[in-house]
Every structure is written in structure tokens, then in C-alpha cells.
Design a protein around this ligand. Structure first.
Ligand SMILES: [Fe+2]
Ligand SMILES: [Fe+2]
Ligand SMILES: [Fe+2]
Length: 419
């Protein structure tokens, strides 16, 4: 029984930011580090009201619109690459979330150079986007293999070259003041930046309730699903199925909501798997399967860093475990797999069988039922949950299909819409 569930906003967004930067090692912590720089700039500029919090929040998730690993890599490495699409998609995604909507414009314009602005440049919109511009640019210039205090001067001189052109001279000057402190650079390069931002950054006292946790989970579930058209509604489907099964086994209302969150986030770790593997139009080789197997490990490692959500880390991340101990990657045995995780595994199998994949169409009802029955009789998945699903098959399939259609429609009309 979980009577009152809430998580700290800073904890939640820092962990989600971390998840988005898991894609490859040279990107690790990119958004957290960008947020730290932007936050220091905001403090130095003495921004008032919620502006500093908004700059921090926008920076932490600013590349949310870059969906595939390939897109993230080209944005990170290549200054001249096409940047508009991830800015527009990022703005659309921010607008879908009431906590993020107020800073959607900052994400939209985080690649707009100072001289490109046509509107008055002394407005908060321009100034705050420029803070993010500088922070993002500087973070990408840092050589991660070189000690940070051996490159601070070079980094500052690169920024000075952009002053008055790409970045406002006033903001470059603010940064140069900050950069005099070795502490700033050491914090920036510290592997403990996460805890520094959690314990000393904004949002230390803001709590997010279960309904708002669902809103954030929907956003992240979309990011995972929209990586590939073949999975464009997978997490939505799994969430719907696991909620219905949770209700049927008699879980409480708040547990059912947590099952929805776990369903939306169960494949969070797929953010580390390249699309070439996710979209492969055939079975995976052993080497590719080994890459795939890490995804639930990362789902677990991210969710277990959010205080208050640890109980769903197992629900979400054990969906490829099996009661006979032959699942992956944790090799849990039946007695170690709790009810939520059992429901999630069955929901994942059901949803995957019913939807189109790169190498096959979605299966017919009779075929799905046969496979599920087999999973129960061979002791792979929980027979009690499979029985419930089979007894209510049409109801569940209809609800899952409807939710998946809504998710696809939302993606096409809201997330991919142009300006
Ligand atoms: Fe970007
Ligand atoms: Fe970035
Ligand atoms: Fe999975």
C-alpha cells in the first residue's frame, strides 16, 4: 500500500536529464553540465522571479527533441548540422507538459545566434535563450580527456571570439567573471555534479505528486517510443495493459497509477540502443542482442535514483526476467520477482505480439493467445496473470489499441508539427 506518493522535482528532472544523455559516453551529463553553466550565469545576472528556475529546467532537458542517438551525435559533434528540427520538436514536447511549458521558448531558440534575433534583444526571451546558447556551446567545446584547468583559457578565448556575433557581449562578460573561479570549472567537471545540483540547485523543496509524475512519465515514454516508427506507441500500450491488469488483480488506485508510470518508463533504457538495432528488419545477431540486453539495466539504474520511485524500478525493469530464472539481465528467480514486475512482463509480451514489428505484422488474436498460454504452461510467466488477460482479452486489446492510436495521433499532430 502506498498512501501518498511524491518525488522532488529536482530529483525527477535530473534523473530524466541523465537518461537522455546515456546515448554515448562523450555526451554523458551534457545537459546537466549545460544546466550548471546556465544556472551560474543566471545567478550572476541576478535574474528575478522564476526566470532562473526556468533557465535551469530548459537547460536540463534542452536536447529532448533530438530523438535518435544518430541525431544526438551529429548535434553534439557538428556545429553546422541542421539544428532547427530538434529545437521545434523540443518546444512542442515542452508545451505538452505544464511544468515545462513556460520555458518552451528557451528550448526553441537555444541555437539562435545573437545577431540573428530580429526582435528587441533586451527581452527576457532573448537574454535567457542566450544564456542557454552559451552554456550549450561551451559544454560541447570541453575536451573530456583533458584536465579541465588545462583548458579553461582556451575555452574562454573561444567564447570571446563569439562575443557580439553569436553571443551577446554582456553575457560573455558575465561568464568571464564566473570563469575566474577554479571552483566553477572543478564543479563543472565533477562526476558528483548530479548531487551538487540536487542538494544545492533549484527545486530543493518542490514536490511533485503522483498525477504529475504520470505527466512526466508520459513525456519520457513518448521520447522512448518516438525513437522509431515501429515502437511509436509501445510504451503507451504497455502502460495501458499493465494498468488494467493491476486493477484486475486488486491493486489500490495509487498502485495502479504507479503501474502506469512503470509501464510508460519500462523501456527507458532503450535510449542507449541505436536505431540500427531497434529497427533491424530481422532477428538480432548475438552481438546485437548483447547491446539490446542492457536496456532494462539502464531503466533500473535511472529509476532507482529517484527517491520515492524506487519501488517501481523493479516493476519497470524486470520485464525481460522469467520465473524460471532464464530471463535477462538480472537473472532473477520466481521468488525475487514481485507482482508488479510479473504484470509488466506479461503486458510487454502481449503488446509486442499485437503490434507491427520491422520483421513482421501484428499477430492475430488466436496466435497471441496460444503464445501466452505456452508462456504460462512452461512456467516462464505467471499463469494467474495470463489467465486474467485471456479472460478479459477483448477488453484489454481494445483499450490498448485505442491508447496506442491516441499516442500516434498526438505524435503526428503535436510533436512533429511545424511552426
Ligand atoms: Fe541542441
Ligand atoms: Fe545540447
Ligand atoms: Fe524491453
Amino acid at each position: 500500500m502506498y498512501p501518498k506518493i511524491s518525488v522532488n522535482l529536482g530529483n525527477l528532472v535530473l534523473s530524466l536529464s541523465d537518461a537522455l544523455d546515456l546515448a554515448f559516453s562523450s555526451l554523458a551529463m551534457h545537459q546537466q553540465r549545460t544546466a550548471f553553466i546556465a544556472w551560474e550565469l543566471g545567478k550572476r545576472a541576478k535574474l528575478e522571479g522564476n526566470r532562473i528556475e526556468n533557465v535551469f529546467l530548459a537547460s536540463l532537458l534542452h536536447d529532448i527533441g533530438a530523438l535518435s542517438i544518430e541525431e544526438k551525435k551529429s548535434l553534439h559533434d557538428n556545429e553546422t548540422s541542421e539544428v532547427e528540427q530538434h529545437c521545434i520538436r523540443g518546444k512542442n514536447l515542452f508545451k505538452s507538459n505544464p511544468w515545462l511549458a513556460p520555458c518552451a521558448d528557451l528550448v526553441r531558440y537555444h541555437h539562435r545566434g545573437w545577431v540573428m534575433w530580429k526582435e528587441p534583444r533586451d527581452t527576457p526571451k532573448v537574454f535567457d535563450s542566450q544564456l542557454l546558447f552559451l552554456a550549450d556551446y561551451l559544454e560541447r567545446q570541453i575536451d573530456r580527456k583533458t584536465y579541465i584547468l588545462h583548458q579553461d583559457e582556451v575555452l574562454c578565448s573561444r567564447l570571446k571570439e563569439l562575443a557580439g556575433k553569436q553571443i551577446s557581449s554582456e553575457i560573455v562578460d558575465l561568464f568571464l567573471e564566473i570563469s575566474r573561479r577554479e571552483e566553477f570549472w572543478l564543479d563543472l567537471a565533477s562526476p558528483r555534479l548530479y548531487s551538487l545540483l540536487l542538494n544545492h540547485g533549484p527545486f530543493q523543496i518542490i514536490e511533485v505528486d503522483i498525477n504529475n509524475i504520470v505527466i512526466f512519465a508520459k513525456l519520457l515514454g513518448m521520447i522512448v517510443d518516438f525513437k522509431s516508427p515501429f515502437t511509436a506507441a509501445h510504451s503507451s500500450g504497455v502502460a495501458q495493459c499493465s494498468m488494467l491488469l493491476a486493477e484486475m488483480v486488486g491493486m489500490s488506485d495509487s498502485e495502479v497509477k504507479l503501474m502506469e508510470v512503470a509501464g510508460l518508463l519500462h523501456d527507458l533504457g532503450k535510449l542507449v540502443v541505436p536505431n540500427s538495432i531497434l529497427e533491424k528488419p530481422a532477428g538480432l545477431t548475438q552481438m546485437e542482442m548483447a547491446v539490446m540486453k542492457q536496456h532494462t539495466y539502464h531503466t533500473f539504474s535511472i529509476l532507482s535514483t529517484i527517491a520515492g520511485l524506487q519501488m517501481i524500478a523493479e516493476w519497470a525493469a524486470y520485464h525481460h526476467e522469467r520465473l524460471d530464472g532464464k530471463g535477462y539481465p538480472f537473472k532473477r528467480e520466481a521468488h525475487e520477482i514481485n507482482l508488479g514486475a510479473r504484470i509488466m512482463a506479461v503486458s510487454d509480451i502481449f503488446t509486442a505480439l499485437a503490434e507491427d514489428r520491422p520483421y513482421r505484422r501484428g499477430m492475430e488474436t488466436t496466435r497471441i493467445k496460444t503464445i501466452l498460454q505456452e508462456q504460462a504452461s512452461r512456467g516462464i510467466q505467471d499463469p494467474r496473470i495470463i489467465k486474467l488477460l485471456l479472460e478479459n482479452f477483448e477488453e484489454v486489446r481494445k483499450a490498448v489499441t485505442e491508447r496506442q492510436e491516441q499516442a500516434r495521433y498526438y505524435y503526428q499532430t503535436e510533436v512533429e508539427k511545424s511552426e
